[in-house]
Design a protein around this ligand. Sequence first.
Ligand SMILES: Cc1cc2nc3c(=O)[nH]c(=O)nc-3n(C[C@H](O)[C@H](O)[C@H](O)COP(=O)(O)OP(=O)(O)OC[C@H]3O[C@@H](n4cnc5c(N)ncnc54)[C@H](O)[C@@H]3O)c2cc1C
Length: 369
Amino acid sequence: MPTVFVAGAGVFGAWISYTLQRAGYQVTLLDPFGVAHSRASSGGESRIIRCGYGADEIYTRMAQRSLALWSDFEIASPRAKLLHRTGALWLTEPGDAHAEASRVVLRKVGVEFEDLSPDELRRRYPQIQVPAQIGAIFERNAGALLARQAVQAVVKEFVRLGGTYRQTALRSPKEESCSADILIYACGPWLGKLFPDILGSRLFITRQEILFFGIPPGDLRFQAPQLPIWLDFGSDRGMYGFPDLEARGFKLACDRHGPPIDPDTEERLVTAETVRQMRAYLGERFPALADAPVVDARVCQYENTSNGDFIIDRHPEFKNVWFAGGGSGHGFKHGPAVADYILNALEGCAPEARFALANKKTTQNRAVV
Ligand SMILES: Cc1cc2nc3c(=O)[nH]c(=O)nc-3n(C[C@H](O)[C@H](O)[C@H](O)COP(=O)(O)OP(=O)(O)OC[C@H]3O[C@@H](n4cnc5c(N)ncnc54)[C@H](O)[C@@H]3O)c2cc1C
């Protein structure tokens, strides 16, 4: 069977390594900093898994497939809990085009969801304060993945299956003299540094800040199942959050792109301005948390492509070299489906145009949400 080197032990590299090893390839996974480390995009506490993607059926189907694979993986894993099926609550305005398109696609592909009227939303979730016209879409099987722990569990399973993990960097194919038949670079926000000519201007690395707020003592309203993960993308602030999972606090983040950063050198300290903005938002939407203390904070990065579509393609010069990246702030959930895609591509399946390098522009115009 062919030998494969996979660079990058984030969610894409971990799932690719595990999937190929299971399929009979002999895989070596390399990462200079460790599995799902603090600078990696996959190194956070938790990530949302949901199937609603507006009209982007391709990502709805990938998320649906990934949810099944994450679930199978969790059942087989000795780590008891990697996937919290809290449900996903999309707050929506009447007539919102993204929500309407999501409903159409979710129905088409058979993802279960409920439409909550504004009255029903308020009845079920009195801890969320929204303007009178706001209702919601509720995806009951969606939820949150424990990101770092899940990636570490996948790599552990990969090694148990006979794969090799080494804490070292893989250099670019021009400098590398490794003997593997196939090289796959799943280096997330580092891809542009490794391949400056090809990817340097096609990836936009942005600073994203996350805060965890302490919930009031004994208050269960901010834990699942009383509170699911929720997305408030209709508001121009693009906020989303998680219930208090594993007692880490109520997690709040903004999906708008922050300023450009370098993943190697960035100081991971949130700004006072972000704390102020998040508190103002809490006061409006979750008034019981308006004065809640910040109990933890993280700075991560999105590795955005021009429109949010992934890059999963061959290197233009080296036919045995692949890229898998461009997670663009929504990639984590798709780790299993990305790995399936790579496996199928290696076995000769036709490529998907949306993942092609050739379709990635050098100016940003975000379309995938
Ligand atoms: C704040 C935040 C919130 C997010 N929320 C969600 C969400 O709710 N749902 C969701 O689905 N997605 C979400 N995402 C997106 C998701 O986390 C990323 O798309 C995904 O983790 C990217 O994984 P990756 O494996 O491509 O990159 P990474 O996790 O960054 O892994 C890349 C790895 O490559 C390694 N590497 C670099 N250079 C080399 C080299 N030369 N040789 C070997 N290895 C190398 C790095 O050390 C790193 O470990 C979020 C992202 C952020 C930052």
